[in-house]
Design a protein around this ligand. Structure first.
Ligand code: SR1
Ligand code: MG
Length: 418
């Protein structure tokens, strides 16, 4: 079928024409369709059989422009091809944390998948101060499984290179190169600032020599370190949760890049949530300590559990497949040193990428609701300054920050946990 942008009115007929939908819906005459997308790029429709509400799917379609800006900003709809392939790979590697895909069409640039109706987007839940005790366990499993199993530590040399080429994602990588690593650090027309931020606040980032060098180094790493298949946009708006389950959605930015970019995206977002709740817990009429402590504990657990699981997968793979073309130095002690050095380097990347992800959300085009929707602009600016300060320190000092506890201590120095 030739590409066309689906309207709400024609979706029931379109679904009725697909063989894959016959086992989901018992009839197509009573489908209710609602557009629910709140992302920057695509349209997302929730479809339910009003006579049988458990018959439900989500349809996501890419349009040939950037939704948040409009048709004046063309963006190839073929990004959906990457998203479909990435979902399929993630399902293969970690099915318990990825929604089921019922149908994907490269021609129509759309995917139809499980409606996670019992789950909500993590960012909204965190804004409301909800706690998810299993989240760190789940997300660390997802990241370790996907990042390890798509890397040269696990795949043979040819498969890995075929994967790198299959997941080349020119357009969306360019968005990240521009909006995460370039425009926020200069005076740029696409930047959007809280009017309460002063010229001095902006120059603290945009005129700092050491910071610009550090960010340029992270950008180069992002562009050149084809280590693993990344989700590519693993912020807390790309995760759906309830008390028992966690699902990762929206991998349209997937490509082969540095592992620390995904881990850093998540940690950077949680640090921003921590800062935002200095204000938000008061709005919720609560003492701020308990919730912010949970956020810090979660950040710590995410890193520690991820590093442990990643290392365990590596040890297991090395035992299973010692022929893998790695000339590990002889002996367990040497292999251990190699693992430690690898994970220390991955940690430094994580800290550097988390920092870029934080600073871009304050100065760049795309914001996070946690902070940007704080109505009192002076309070918002106070939280934004903390975020910029921590981001700057993290990216410049990423190689000397020794562990996740040190990152959390820096956050607590700026925003004490009381
Ligand atoms: C202009 S698109 C802005 C951002 O939205 C996505 O969620 C990515 O983070 C991208 O950088
Ligand atoms: Mg997204």
């Amino acid at each position: 079928m030739a590409y066309r942008i689906l309207t709400i009115a024609e979706i029931p007929k379109y679904l009725g024409s697909l063989e894959e939908m016959q086992k989901i819906f018992t009839d197509f005459n009573n489908l209710e369709v609602e557009e629910v997308g709140d992302g920057n790029l695509n349209y997302v429709f929730l479809i339910k059989n009003s006579k049988n509400p458990q018959e439900t799917v989500v349809l996501k379609q890419a349009v040939p422009y950037l939704r948040v800006v409009g048709e004046s900003w063309p963006l190839k709809r073929e990004r959906m091809t990457i998203e479909i392939m990435a979902l399929q790979k993630e399902i293969e590697l970690c099915p318990q944390h990825v929604p089921e895909v019922y149908y994907g069409s490269h021609e129509m640039s759309l995917v139809i998948m499980e409606n996670l109706s019992a789950h909500k987007v993590l960012r909204g839940e965190i804004i409301q101060g909800k706690v998810f005790r299993n989240f760190a366990e789940h997300i660390s499993t997802f990241m370790a499984e996907v990042l390890f199993k798509t890397s040269d530590l696990c795949l043979d040399h040819q498969t890995k290179k075929e994967m790198v080429s299959k997941y080349i994602n020119y357009d969306l990588c360019k968005i990240t190169e521009d909006f995460v690593f370039t425009t926020p650090y200069e005076k740029h027309e696409t930047n959007v600032y809280n009017p309460e931020l002063t010229e001095e606040d902006l120059n603290f980032i945009q005129q700092d020599h050491d910071l610009k060098i550090a960010v340029a180094e992270m950008k180069y790493k992002f562009m050149n370190n084809a280590e693993s298949l990344l989700h590519g946009d693993l912020h807390i708006g790309s995760i759906m949760v309830n008390e028992n389950e966690t699902y990762v959605i929206d991998p349209e930015f997937a490509f082969y890049g540095p592992m620390g970019f995904d881990v850093g995206a998540l940690i950077g977002n949680l640090l921003m949530s921590y800062f935002s709740h200095e204000h938000r817990q008061q709005l919720l009429g609560r003492e701020p300590y308990d919730y912010r402590k949970w956020l810090l504990d979660t950040i710590e657990s995410v890193w520690i559990k991820f590093a442990e699981k990643f290392e365990a997968l590596w040890i297991e793979e090395q035992l299973r497949n010692p022929q893998l073309a790695w000339n590990y130095p002889e002996g367990e002690q040497h292999f251990k040193v190699l693992r430690e050095r690898f994970i220390a380097r991955l940690f430094s990347d994580t800290v550097g990428f988390a920092a870029c992800k934080m600073m871009r959300r304050i100065l760049g085009l795309a914001k996070v609701a946690d902070i940007a929707e704080i109505e009192n602009l002076q309070e918002r600016a106070r939280i934004e300054r903390m975020t910029l300060k921590l981001g700057k320190q993290m990216v410049i000092e990423r190689d000397s920050i020794k562990d996740i506890a040190e990152v959390l201590n820096l956050a607590k120095e700026l925003s004490p946990l009381v």
